[in-house]
Design a protein around this ligand. Structure first.
Ligand SMILES: [Zn+2]
Ligand SMILES: [Zn+2]
Length: 263
């Protein structure tokens, strides 16, 4: 349909109870706001498997799942990728490996275990030939050196919920990665991030909610959900001086290129 933006939420934790308890209504509200695709992302073994079930049961809207262990949980998994997830990663409807990466802001798990687990995800993404979804917070130097040493898998990947500097973005782009912006982009203090968002090439941009976290302005303080992704698109379109319909078309193509899956 012409003139109607189609929004895709490329990173959402639908398996978390805040959203899963009320899943049908969450997805209905998303569709009512022209959301035509949601990627269900796991952060540990259980939520990854639930994400796969959700993608199977709601295939019309939830176009795929990502399986992985969040760096926060690296200690719980002793820095290793569970066998069940390695098997699951090969199969439909898994379209990506993650979320994985490094988080030195919270340091919820020892850094060496975070790094080991990140390497395991990179190897898995290469083996199953799917892209990586990466979470990097206050850890860009180490994340890039691990990616350089291991090599970016052929299907590439995305730095989700990007919070770095222009130099960090530049490095990610030079490695062929996509950059995804979340509700942080709408926060009053995120002036620096909005400057970065202006400069990312259009063919490397993605948008997400990271729900149930990080509800965008004007929904701050609420449980975030995919229907709110439009606020991220609107701010991104306005900082880039584009119409939101045009931006959402481009991002839709980027989603297709990186993950496939969407119709
Ligand atoms: Zn994350
Ligand atoms: Zn996440």
């Amino acid at each position: 349909m012409e003139g109607v933006p189609k929004f895709v939420d490329t990173h959402c934790h639908l398996a978390m109870t805040e959203l899963s308890e009320d899943l049908c209504q969450v997805l209905e509200r998303a569709q009512a706001q022209n959301v035509t695709g949601v990627l269900a992302v796991g952060s540990d073994e259980e939520s990854s498997l639930i994400s796969v079930d959700i993608a199977n049961n709601h295939a019309g809207l939830v176009f795929g799942a990502a399986v992985g262990i969040h760096p926060h949980e690296a200690q719980q998994f002793s820095g290793k990728m569970p066998f069940g997830l390695r098997e699951q990663a090969k199969r439909h409807p898994v379209v990506a490996v993650g979320e994985t990466g490094l988080d030195y802001y919270y340091d919820n798990s020892p850094r060496d275990l975070q790094q080991q687990l990140f390497v395991a995800h990179i190897e898995l993404a290469r083996r199953v030939d799917k892209p990586l979804i990466m979470h990097v917070r206050d850890a860009f130097d180490d994340a890039f050196s691990i990616l350089r040493a291991e090599g970016v898998p052929p299907k590439g990947g995305v730095i989700h919920c990007f919070s770095g500097t222009y130099q960090d973005a530049r490095m990610a782009l030079d490695m062929g990665l996509y950059i995804s912006f979340s509700g942080i982009l709408t926060f009053p203090k995120a002036e620096g991030l909005r400057e970065v968002a202006k400069m990312v090439p259009l063919d490397r941009l993605l948008c997400e909610t990271d729900a149930p976290y990080l509800a965008p302005v004007p929904k701050r303080g609420k449980v975030n959900e995919p229907s709110f992704v439009r606020y991220v698109y609107e701010v991104l379109a306005s900082v880039r001086g584009m119409e939101v319909e045009k931006l959402s078309e481009k991002i839709y193509l980027n989603v297709k290129t990186l993950f496939g899956g969407v119709e």
